[in-house]
Design a protein around this ligand. Structure first.
Ligand SMILES: N[C@@H](CCC(=O)N[C@@H](CS)C(=O)NCC(=O)O)C(=O)O
Length: 322
């Protein structure tokens, strides 16, 4: 898969870049790490000047991407749909990486591929071109391409324009949320990728065992807890949901995470349905896009590119919780 090197879109060897000597999958770090803050002052890692303003910021996502899904969920849950505009790339990549077409238009810059958005921000950028991207119309630059940080920005500074009382990262739950986030990132969000992209049996088995050890633990936890941190829905739930909703249609088969299906876990499956049935969330989900995306033709994982018909799962079935 190609990437930007000194502002040029160049090919490079996917396997070489993404796995280490043991065959384990390695994810690269995000490169744009600025922050929208309440008063526009610099955040923890970036330069300043990014004030929260309605209509100033624009989110680029791809519907199949679970990291982008976090930002889409948070935008909906925090009531920011009219404050932060949105464009979706075509939900697959071609030789230009993430791209736009007649049905998926870049309404801000009119580019035909996302790498042009990156070079519009930094003409000399050396980086992978990933979704999500938070774009600033005012400075004509990328604020951030790190989903974990974009959802924190959506949770705080924009509350002056939209405050529905939902705090995804409340002070008294920070430690609990951070500890769930650590576990869920390594063993679930990235765990399924470690399984699906590994090029050695051992690395694959370790990843799959990690995935299911955490799913088993979550199943027990959700027996007596409505959400990960108890009664309150938090960022930890936002970060877990994109992997769960993709699990049976994508990761179970395409990434060989097949010891159990999500629907075999009654508590986890009901929890997933409850989140799916929250206002606006079903619109952020597209099971068919997930299936076609993860089963797209790949020399390593699916050389012929056949997309399976099943499984038929229905997250709209009443969840019966609480
Ligand atoms: N750390 C990033 C990861 C995002 C990411 O890996 N996105 C994938 C799509 S699911 C991507 O755009 N990959 C393109 C590439 O690596 O070239 C985040 O969480 O925002």
């Amino acid at each position: 898969m190609a990437m930007l090197v000194d502002g040029q879109w160049v090919e490079e060897n996917e396997a070489k870049n993404k796995t280490d000597k043991s065959g384990a999958f390695k994810r690269s770090d995000s490169t744009f790490r600025n922050w929208v803050t309440e008063d526009g002052s610099p955040g923890p890692t970036g330069t300043g000047g990014f004030m929260p303003e309605p209509g100033r910021y624009h989110l680029y996502i791809a519907m199949n991407c679970p990291w982008a899904h976090r930002t889409l969920l948070t935008r909906t849950l925090k009531g920011l749909v009219d404050i932060i505009t949105l464009d979706k790339t075509v939900p697959r990549r071609n030789e230009q990486g993430w791209y736009f077409d007649d049905d998926h238009v870049d309404t801000v810059l009119g580019t035909s591929a996302l790498h042009e958005v990156y070079t519009a921000s930094d003409p000399d950028a050396t980086t992978r071109v990933t979704v999500p991207v938070l774009w600033d119309r005012k400075t004509k630059s990328i604020v951030s391409n790190e989903s974990a940080e974009i959802i924190r920005m959506f949770d705080g500074p924009f509350e002056v324009f939209s405050n529905n009382g939902l705090a995804l990262y409340p002070g008294d739950l920070e430690d609990k949320i951070n500890s769930w986030n650590d576990l869920i990132y390594h063993t679930i969000n990235n765990g399924v990728y470690r399984a699906g992209f590994s090029t050695a049996q051992d690395a694959y088995e370790t990843a799959v065992r990690d995935v299911f050890a955490t799913l088993d633990r979550l199943e027990t936890h959700l027996e007596n807890n409505r959400y990960l941190c108890g009664e309150r829905f938090t960022e930890a739930d936002v970060r877990l949901f994109p992997t769960l909703i993709r699990f049976d249609v994508a990761y179970y088969g395409a990434f060989k995470c097949n010891l159990r299906r999500l629907i075999d876990y009654p508590n986890l499956w009901a929890y997933t349905r409850e989140i799916y049935q929250m206002p606006g969330i079903a619109d952020t989900v597209d099971l068919d896009v997930y299936k076609r995306g993860y089963y797209s033709r790949s020399p390593q994982r699916n050389p012929i590119g056949i997309v399976p018909l099943g499984p038929a799962i229905d997250p709209a079935v009443p969840h019966g919780r609480g």
